[in-house]
Design a protein around this ligand. Structure first.
Ligand SMILES: [Zn+2]
Length: 253
């Protein structure tokens, strides 16, 4: 690993996840970027474009409003720093190449889905379309790291999405429509093996979160909670270990 390159990638990661912060705040309201007016939660002062440039604004103001000096929610800082950490970890795994860029942008998309689904219980369809686009791009950029046949990718789109869709038909509200579209879109990136692994990891995390919620009595038995964030974690794990985990499972018989 080249230290200077790692620092540059860390800053680039903070920049992109800083932009992701802005998308998370505004995409649920409108796709029209022109209407994304950002105001300080505390003083209501309109933040100019300069106040919002990720990295620059974080270094200049350290996540404080430049007008009233109140600190922004810790969440913005954590997501921006996460971007830097993800960029460097992926650099250690893939090196600096197009595979790195593909997975980094995919993970930025997953982070946006995670936060928006957590906030609003909705996954904007544009984010799922983007997941599919990264799948198509991965055909050309990821060949050195994963060998997936086109058949595996196409089966991947249906392997989980179709059963989820059938469950919705039987048990309305069993899953959200956005979750189904997400597993459909990510299936092309992961291939069928890793897609199945991603779903079951997501289900496991969702179950733990659900039990935790019941114990804390924050939600009644009939309350729903967003399943998208659990699926996002499943997809991240499956991106690295999905195929191996499935082969391990299949060979255990
Ligand atoms: Zn302010």
């Amino acid at each position: 690993m080249n230290a200077y390159l790692a620092i540059a990638l860390f800053l680039f990661g903070m920049l992109i996840f800083g932009l992701a912060n802005i998308v998370i705040a505004h995409l649920p309201k409108t796709y029209e970027v022109k209407k994304w007016k950002v105001r300080c939660d505390e003083c209501g002062h309109k933040l100019s474009w300069r106040d919002q440039i990720p990295v620059v604004s974080s270094l200049l103001y350290w996540f404080h409003c430049p007008y009233c000096k109140k600190s922004f929610s810790l969440r913005y800082a954590l997501i921006e720093l996460l971007g830097g950490v993800v960029a460097v970890l992926l650099y250690a795994y893939y090196g600096c190449n197009l595979a790195w860029l593909t997975v980094f942008l995919l993970f930025a998309d997953l982070t946006i889905i995670f936060m928006i689904d957590h906030d609003t219980m909705i996954i904007p369809v544009g984010l799922n379309i983007a997941l599919f686009v990264y799948g198509v791009i991965s055909l050309f950029t990821m060949g050195d790291f994963v060998q997936l046949s086109l058949t595996s990718r196409i089966i991947g789109m249906f392997s989980i999405a179709l059963p989820m869709y059938l469950i919705i038909l039987l048990v309305p509200g069993g899953f959200g429509g956005g979750d189904v579209k997400m597993m459909f879109a990510i299936g092309f990136f992961l291939g069928w093996k890793a897609t199945v692994v991603a779903f079951f990891i997501g289900l496991f995390i969702g179950a733990i979160y659900g039990i935790y919620g019941l114990i804390r009595r924050k939600m009644g038995k009939k309350d729903h909670f967003a399943f998208g964030p659990s699926l996002c974690i499943g997809v991240v794990v499956a991106t690295f270990y999905g195929n191996q985990l499935m082969d391990l499972y299949l060979h255990s018989f």
